[in-house]
Write a protein that binds this ligand. Structure first.
Ligand code: MRU
Length: 356
């Protein structure tokens, strides 16, 4: 997708270096950062220079490549793979990508291991881009149907950033929106600010602006009244882990949006590549929910009148804060799952029929 008119992917490899767009600096600064070691990759995931389930997975895959540059013994690579998996707990794409890399590398001799790892990491990225494009084509049909009935701008609410910045390209939740816009269907996006890290305001609105898609940032609690007023035609969100029964784990606040959508008969869709499906956990209570530093709540970062980045405390100094990063939306509140293979019911049968 485009930034200042130039096409980018979110991660790429050049001369033994992995390049990323540092997402902690957006929207005020566009900085391409070099990851030169597996430690750099682990840190980038932890501090969220890269974030979003598919991109975390891709970064971990390239993390294995960087580990091989340092030391290509199986022992070192295995140790690094474990460290990478631990860098963030909730998005299943991280473990999925590392396991896929390790499976590919098992039994490969040391002369070939770098070449094989590089090829697989690139294939993980290329595949994600293809899958996200297909998610867009499949989700476009839903937007088109709403437009054909309404004959007016389709208002879509999204939460957090499940845009191209969270993937390699296209995004998951935003891909149907980009496809609709390219087809000439008028769309407008309600962007949940997404406290505490403001991925909606800082990243989703930013990327929609760059693609010239009309959007409006709203405080996280605004979606409910907009739905009551008939100003939301559909919701589309992403996910960090979807269980085989259709329960959806995503950014904190997604569940409340799904409840409001259910109460107001607003369709609530979740867009995901198959790498986000957890086929092993059966009970949503077993999903590891990340709890991040409470400073993400108590402090806010922005630019002042001199364009200088400032971080300020907004809470009473003595107050405690709790920062759970994800919640789970039960399948019964999900109208459908938009995947690379098509749209299905959020249920065991729905997913089984698509992914036999
Ligand atoms: O904490 P983040 O910014 O990594 O959370 C991202 C989300 O919750 C996204 O909705 C999810 O990863 C899907 S990205 C296509």
């Amino acid at each position: 997708m485009r930034i200042q008119g130039k096409e980018y992917r979110t991660i790429w490899y050049e001369d033994k270096i992995v390049k990323i767009i540092d997402q902690t600096k957006l929207p005020h600064q566009f900085i391409i950062k070099d990851l030169k070691s597996v430690k750099d990759a682990i840190n980038a995931i932890k501090v969220m220079e890269v974030r979003g389930a598919p991109l975390i997975g891709a970064t971990a895959a390239y993390g294995i490549v960087l580990a091989i540059h340092e030391n290509n013994s199986q022992e070192f690579i295995s140790k690094c793979s474990e460290e990478l998996i631990k860098s963030r707990p909730t998005a299943i794409n991280l473990k999925w990508a590392v396991d896929r890399m390790m499976k590919k590398l098992s039994g490969i001799n040391s002369n070939q291991i770098l070449e094989v790892a590089l090829k697989e990491a690139k294939e993980i990225c290329d595949e994600d881009e293809r899958f996200c494009e297909d998610i867009g084509i499949n989700g476009l049909k839903i937007i088109e149907e709403i437009y054909n009935n309404k004959k007016n701008t389709v208002n879509i609410l999204t939460h957090c950033n499940a845009g191209w910045l969270a993937t390699i390209n296209w995004g998951t939740a935003t891909s149907p929106i980009y496809h609709a816009h390219k087809k000439g269907i008028p769309v407008h996006v309600w962007v949940d600010e997404t406290r505490p890290r403001n991925q909606g305001a800082n990243l989703t609105s930013y990327e929609l602006n760059e693609e010239e898609i009309p959007n409006t940032i709203i405080a996280d609690n605004t979606g409910g009244i907009l739905m009551q007023r008939g100003q939301v035609d559909m919701c589309i969100v992403g996910t960090d882990r979807t269980l085989s029964n259709g329960d959806v784990c995503n950014k904190i606040g997604t569940y409340l949006k799904a409840l409001a959508a259910h109460d107001n008969n607003v369709p609530f869709y979740v867009a995901l590549p198959s790498s986000t499906i957890d086929w092993n956990i059966e009970d949503a209570r077993d999903i590891p929910i990340e709890e991040r530093n409470s400073e993400e709540l108590s402090h806010v970062e922005g630019i002042d009148e001199n364009n200088e980045v400032k971080k300020v405390l907004i809470y009473p100094k003595k107050s405690k804060a709790m920062n759970l990063a994800f919640d789970v939306t039960p399948a019964k509140y999900v109208s459908g799952l938009i995947t690379e293979r098509g749209v299905c019911e959020a249920s065991t049968n729905g997913l089984k029929n698509l992914f036999k």
